[in-house]
Write a protein of this length. Structure first.
Length: 69
């Protein structure tokens, strides 16, 4: 099947019920935010792209994640 932009849609996307290619999709991207519980107990949280951008911007601040003021 072809997308409206005339590119071929991969069979995997068709099997999932999508009717457009990735480039023409209107679905927002997902991102992740790292959660550090301890030195080795790290995990990630799936969030929207906007939330991940905000967390990344906040984490670049001087003293972020420390006791510095």
């Amino acid at each position: 099947m072809k997308c409206r932009c005339t590119k071929e849609i991969p069979q995997g996307r068709l099997d999932l019920g999508y009717k457009t290619c990735v480039n023409c999709s209107t679905t927002a991207r997902y991102a992740c935010a790292p959660i550090t519980n301890h030195k080795t107990g790290n995990t990630i949280q799936i969030v929207s792209q906007e939330t991940a951008d905000a967390i990344y911007k906040a984490s670049r601040r001087k003293g972020y994640g420390t006791c510095l003021r």
